[in-house]
Write a new protein. Structure first.
Length: 176
């Protein structure tokens, strides 16, 4: 066996190991990102209305109180503008990257899951009120938690998609 044949055989055997190692590292990155979603840096959104950094907030619980986050509507259209979210009467978030909606969890963008859960809803059967604001204040100790969570999920979504796009193409071998 000559040297070139030996190197080709060696490369053929090493290549899958390199891919496997790369997949392990990528999996760890994704796992770390998803498990630690509450500690990632919040995405620096633009506030069309109610910038917490420029507004003197006398009553944070009232200022950040969210009943339901909604997408803004495109003028003269019934379509939603997913780059803008009306958080509450005090806060409107703009310039949300549309790529953040590419990260899908159980058939729905992660951001839309946050929007649907960080609200005030009453269960029709039991009458139990699910209030994200109470959880934010009483458990987390931060009335801005739903807003912070929304911003952090933007970061997680964008970072996840960046990692996923860099994954090697999946090679599926046909079996005989």
């Amino acid at each position: 066996m000559d040297l070139i044949s030996f190197v080709l055989i060696l490369l053929k055997r090493i290549k899958p190991l390199i891919r496997k190692r790369s997949s392990i590292v990528t999996g760890r990155e994704l796992g770390h990102l998803h498990v630690n979603y509450e500690t990632v840096e919040p995405y620096p959104v633009t506030f069309k209305k109610g910038n917490p950094k420029q507004t003197e907030i006398y009553n944070p619980e009232k200022f950040y109180y969210v009943t339901e986050m909604k997408f803004a509507k495109i003028k003269n259209s019934k379509e939603k503008d997913k780059s803008t979210v009306i958080y509450n009467n005090n806060i409107t978030i703009t310039d949300i990257p549309l790529d953040a909606y590419a990260y899908i969890v159980n058939g729905k963008p992660a951001l839309e899951w946050v929007m649907g859960r960080q609200c005030v809803k009453t269960d029709k059967k039991s009458g139990i009120v699910n209030d994200a604001n109470r959880y934010a204040v009483e458990t987390i100790g931060n009335p801005a938690y739903p807003l912070d969570l929304f911003q952090r999920v933007i970061t997680v979504s964008l970072e996840t998609m960046k990692i996923v796009k860099n994954l090697p193409k999946l090679e599926i071998r046909e079996t005989e």
